[in-house]
Ligand binder design. Structure first.
Ligand code: 5CU
Length: 368
């Protein structure tokens, strides 16, 4: 689609290491893995049910098939070859370890998963890098894990959701020492949604439980979750306390590039909040990094007009969103990848800028 692109880097691409899949298989509550729908059919795959409330809606209760792409590094490399991707920065997919209790076993689980991810990357060290995972239920254990991650050669930072420690969110003051440790270790946080927006079940604004499949939750709930969590984080003043904290936001920052002006304006009209910050909210938002997983040239362009386009990086969200339809009739290329490539191709940006988004920006930022 795009010619003469230089290195292509996928910074939004997930894995579930085998031990994590096993952990989900042993669970009776979401997040969990269900057995294949048709146990007599060898081609029938296990089902991943992870989103809150997904099991209560007839259109989502069967989750999504657990394809090889979730855990097989060979499959990841085949997918990369198929789509001309030179380097992938892999990360555990949601909901990470958010649902585990505060025990030594949880800290060990984080350590083991990071070790498994590093071993995956060791199979193709020129092509695979990674983000580690933290046992966020315990902040001291997470700080220790950040130090461990610094010793793992493929790792460039950590992936986390919006849950924080025991669901208190990212603006929980108790997280400040963890953010400080992440920044001091020169790691970046890849912030990714999972929960959607908290609305009482049955509300007209629910994005899940409405018998409309996953579309509303993934297309709207996820980006609004990111938008709210990051705005709260900015308003907490964390970037005045830890100015060198680096964040990379999934899905082009949810709706932040579009809403930044409104956030600035509302804060400017509230003296107490405005005085608690050294800069307007958009000043901090412009320092962040954004993926390009937005599937439309208008979304790419809005992001590129809001932040320095050097802060934007290509991603695929593999192995989620495989080609729709019958497995046997799978097209060679994935629609989800090509729609993001086409969006970039069609965006009114110059060639150097597109080249940067496709790979060079990630190489520079993450030292790949
Ligand atoms: O299909 C889905 O539910 C997802 C998900 O959970 N996480 C993600 O990154 N993409 C799609």
């Amino acid at each position: 689609i795009l010619k003469d692109t230089g290195r292509v880097v996928d910074i939004h691409t997930h894995v579930y290491v085998p031990s994590y899949l096993q952990l989900l298989r042993e669970r009776l509550q979401v997040p969990r893995i269900l057995p294949p729908l048709d146990p007599d059919d060898e081609a029938s795959l296990e089902r991943l049910v992870i989103l809150p409330g997904e099991d209560n809606d007839v259109t989502t209760a069967n989750g999504r098939p657990v394809t090889n792409g979730f855990s097989d590094v060979g499959e990841k490399l085949r997918f990369m070859d198929q789509h001309g991707i030179d380097i992938s920065v892999i990360s555990l997919a949601n909901p990470w370890l958010d649902f585990l209790p505060d025990t030594e076993a949880t800290y060990t689980t984080a350590r083991n998963i990071n070790c498994e991810i590093q071993l995956m990357c060791d199979q193709s060290p020129e092509r695979l890098y990674s983000f580690g995972v933290l046992p966020l239920v315990n902040i001291q254990a997470s700080i220790k894990e950040v130090e461990n991650i610094s010793r793992l050669g493929s790792m460039r930072g950590v992936i986390m959701g919006t849950h924080g420690c025991e669901g208190r969110g990212l603006d929980d003051p108790a997280l400040v020492p963890l953010f400080q440790a992440i920044a001091d270790n020169n790691q970046i946080i890849f912030l990714h949604p999972h929960y959607g927006i908290p609305i009482n079940s049955g509300s007209a604004l629910d994005t899940s439980g409405n018998e409309k499949g996953h579309a509303l939750q993934l297309a709207l709930g996820f980006p609004m979750e990111t938008t709210i969590a990051v705005t709260r984080l900015v308003l907490s003043g964390i970037f005045d306390k830890v100015p060198h904290l680096k964040l990379m936001l999934a899905h082009s920052g949810g709706t932040l590039p579009f809403l930044a002006g409104r956030i600035d304006s509302c804060v400017a009209h509230d003296g107490t909040i405005a005085d608690s910050l050294q800069h307007p909210p958009s000043w901090y938002l412009k320092k962040m990094y954004y993926d390009a997983v937005i599937y439309h040239d208008v979304g790419i362009l809005a992001t590129a007009r809001f932040v320095d386009p050097k802060h934007i990086m290509f991603g695929t969200d593999h192995p989620f969103f495989p080609p729709p339809g019958d497995d046997t009739a799978k097209p060679k290329r994935w629609l989800s990848v090509d729609s993001n490539l086409e969006a970039l191709d069609h965006a009114a940006l110059d060639h150097e800028t597109k080249r940067g988004i496709l790979g060079e920006n990630a190489c520079r930022l993450l030292n790949l």
